[in-house]
Design a protein around this ligand. Structure first.
Ligand code: SF4
Length: 412
């Protein structure tokens, strides 16, 4: 099989993994004339490579889509009837370098089905990164998928070469994992996440105390994970509780949510239809609220419903459930309070705090501060604006934000 055909199969097989974004790495470049490529920290980079040649920043491929495991939700499972392919280490290295030189990509996202053993597969994945870094002096971004059962020494080596490491938690609840991926062991997954956290903490401490010599690097962009949404019955509250636990226990950089997509010849244990994509989007918004807006997982989802509303964003839904906390006087509210106002992003709050030191903020200033007035005005008091109490308390407020109902077609 030629490399082009392998690429079609192995890039397509990798597209279900959402856990690759290249934010938060260290800055490296080759402006000194040595090495190849560069990374720019904080840049939001897209995640994939399409087989039609269109570059989407990271070359996102599997080393192989053959796998010993039979995870029911996975198109690459052992019992799946898909064409199989396997790259050699040198083929992935060459593809990465060629694409990088042609400016198609900014880095590599490499994962793999498990063949022979966890150690053998991990060794192959690490070999790609080792060759790129040591033989080709590649300084672009590398994200490696880590195999939980792999030996500690291999994981340490992966961290030496990769910017980011990730291990998929797969599904939100342990008992679902036992049903859907019986060969996977949630304790091994969590144990490896814990090992990564220790190594990341150690690297951070070493960097702080280092005097002259550069301390050994370990995955400067940290670790992330992916959760499949809608393959089991877990509700949004359970999903966000699991994410909060993962962020707290293992200091993950990101939890990625990937809406389950039905796969050919799937097991009856799986739903027939994919969850609405908007559910994935709402979970990302809720995740953002936990990480940057000071919300606890428990307060984002209404306990009784267990699910995030799909028609409005989770912060607006929270504000509508807590109308007694509004209207908030923008001139005196704390940063924490301002972050809870619908339509106020973190940067907008910083701009508000800087502006209110100098002047009274008025309704017409919102546009200048890049704040959507329609969303925020019912919840705030400004120099020349106070929302009517009946508006804040009335049923019609929620209706203002919901998308208008659309008449369905009659089919004639
Ligand atoms: S181990 Fe990974 S590649 Fe293999 S079947 Fe499970 S999810 Fe798919």
């Amino acid at each position: 099989m030629d490399v082009q055909r392998k690429l079609e199969i192995l890039a397509d097989a990798a597209k279900y993994d959402a856990s690759c974004a290249s934010s938060g790495t260290e800055r490296r470049d080759s402006s000194d004339g040595k090495g190849l490529g560069s990374t720019a920290p904080g840049m939001g980079i897209c995640h994939s490579y399409a087989p039609d040649g269109r570059c989407i920043s990271l070359l996102k491929v599997l080393l192989t889509n053959a796998c010993n495991y039979d995870c029911l939700y996975c198109v690459n499972r052992a019992s799946s009837n898909v064409p199989r392919a396997r790259f050699t280490v040198d083929e992935v290295v060459k593809l990465t370098i060629d694409f990088y030189r042609r400016n198609y990509i900014e880095g590599l996202f490499l994962s793999s089905g498990i063949i022979r053993s966890a150690d053998y597969t991990m060794e192959q994945v690490v070999s790609v990164a080792r060759k790129l870094r040591e033989e080709h002096h590649f300084r672009g971004y590398i994200h490696l998928k880590t195999i939980p059962e792999a030996d500690d020494a291999l994981i340490a080596e992966a961290g030496k070469y990769a910017d980011r490491l990730s291990i998929n938690i797969e599904v939100p609840e342990e008992n679902s994992l036992a049903k859907l991926a019986p060969e996977k062991d949630v304790r091994a997954i969590r144990r490896t996440m814990g090992r990564l956290r220790l190594k990341l903490d150690e690297a951070k401490d070493n960097a702080k105390t280092a005097t002259k010599a550069k301390p050994p690097r370990f995955a400067p962009a940290g670790q992330s994970t992916q959760m499949i949404i809608g393959a089991d019955a877990a509700n949004d509250k359970t999903i966000l509780d699991t994410s909060a636990n993962l962020y707290g226990s293992y200091r993950l950089k990101r939890v990625y949510y990937s809406a389950f997509s039905p796969i050919p010849d799937s097991s009856r244990a799986l739903p027939l239809a994919a969850p609405p994509l908007i559910r994935e989007h709402r979970l990302y918004q809720a995740d953002w609220l936990m990480r940057f807006y000071g919300f606890d997982a428990g307060e984002i989802v209404e306990e009784r419903a267990g699910m995030l509303p799909l028609d409005i964003d989770p912060k607006l839904a929270w504000a509508l459930r807590h109308r007694d906390r509004f209207p908030l006087d923008v001139a005196t509210a704390s940063r924490e309070e301002l972050l809870r106002v619908p339509g106020f992003g973190t940067r907008a709050v910083d701009r508000i705090i800087a502006t209110r030191r100098l002047t009274t903020i008025r309704a017409e200033d919102l546009a200048r501060l890049h704040i959507p007035g329609k969303k925020a005005l019912p919840f705030i008091v400004l120099g020349n604006h106070r929302p009517a109490r009946h508006l804040l308390d009335g049923e019609s407020l929620a209706m203002r934000f919901k998308p208008k109902a659309v008449q369905m077609g009659f089919g004639f």
